[in-house]
Write a protein that binds this ligand. Structure first.
Ligand code: SF4
Length: 335
């Protein structure tokens, strides 16, 4: 057995890789197939063949932040903005429950219209319907996270985006990497199941930095890690950037599965945007979750984090059928 085969075997069996080994595997493409196959075996061993669906409600595209890589940034004046009323959000969650989604993810920009009272009203009323509630609404105070938890939210998604402090703070003006990490710690302390993740292919991001991201995911004890390629948006300061590569993003995801074997890993929509079978390929390279969009009509287009987002012209019902067919098409089952 050559040295790299032995390294991969150790990664698969005892889930250990050094930073140097990660850097080598990320930079070299000769062993990609073996990495994806090993991640698929580890996924099967630890989380099985079932794929978890989480219905995503994108309830407001208004954001006070100005992240350079995001189409929802406040500085993007060309985007039509929307926000759903609490009753509309609860109505969509009801439909999601009827489509069979056992978890709904409430996602928005950092929109201050939704006070703690409004969010708690939404959470309590959705909770009464039955689903598990995951929030993805950005940086909040400890007291706010606590209030949402008491209202019934159980999961919270907040991506670290990159573990490289300078890169993060350069690309997210006015935001602090320390504060981001504090949010993750607060959420853990409050007993949330925490999801995080990163973007792959940001300008200035190095292979070493991607290796650090993977090691960070192992360190924080997250329940879910979502990894997506960075896709430049034409109405942002990064419009001329090269953007992330599908294969490298897939490899960061697969290596994350090898090092943190028991977690949930979504096959992200951004993967599907770069490759027409992106989610199916991701599901065969370590992923075990899909988050179909249950937002309706025009709003799907207006939640333009990045251009060309997959499935924006579909209906929620059609999305449910399409993703089920894709999952069953690769021999897996929907939970
Ligand atoms: S990444 Fe999130 S916080 Fe940053 S501008 Fe986009 S929606 Fe707002």
């Amino acid at each position: 057995m050559n040295a790299i085969a032995a390294v991969l075997r150790r990664a698969e069996q005892v889930h250990d890789l050094s930073r140097d080994e990660l850097v080598f595997l990320l930079a070299d493409h000769e062993y990609d197939r073996e990495i994806f196959a090993a991640a698929d075996r580890v996924r099967r061993k630890y989380v099985g063949d079932e794929v978890h669906l989480r219905g995503l409600i994108e309830f407001s595209n208004i954001c006070r932040r100005n992240c350079f890589y995001c189409g929802l940034r406040a500085g993007n004046r060309g985007l039509g903005r929307y926000r759903l009323t609490p009753e509309e959000i609860i109505g969509l969650a009801q439909k999601g429950w009827e489509y069979g989604y056992k978890t709904v993810v409430l996602q928005s920009g950092e929109d201050e219209y939704y006070s703690v009272e409004k969010m708690c009203h939404i959470i309590k009323n959705i909770k009464r319907l039955g689903p598990v509630i995951a929030l993805s609404i950005g940086e909040k105070t400890y007291a706010e996270y606590e209030a949402y938890k008491e209202a019934g939210a159980e999961r919270y998604l907040i991506r670290i985006e990159t573990t490289e402090k300078k890169l993060y703070e350069d690309l997210d003006p006015g935001m602090s990497h320390e504060k981001r990490k504090r949010c993750l710690n607060d959420l853990k302390k409050l007993g949330y199941e925490v999801g995080s993740g990163s973007l792959v292919g940001l300008p200035g991001q190095t292979i070493e930095s991607l290796a650090d991201d993977i090691l960070y995911f192992r360190e924080i004890g997250a329940d879910m890690i979502g990894i997506g390629p960075f896709i430049p948006h034409e109405d942002t300061p990064l419009k001329a950037a090269k953007g992330g590569d599908f294969r490298l993003s897939l490899k960061v995801m697969a290596l994350t599965r090898l090092l943190v074997p028991h977690i949930n890993i979504p096959a992200t929509t951004a993967m599907e945007t770069l490759h027409r079978d992106g989610r199916a390929i991701a599901l065969q390279s370590g992923a075990n979750v899909v988050m179909p969009n249950i937002t309706e009509g025009e709003y799907r287009k207006l939640y333009a984090l990045y251009p060309g987002k997959a499935c924006v012209d579909d209906t929620p019902g059609r999305c449910r059928e399409c993703i089920t067919a894709k999952i069953e098409g690769i021999g897996r089952t929907v939970v």
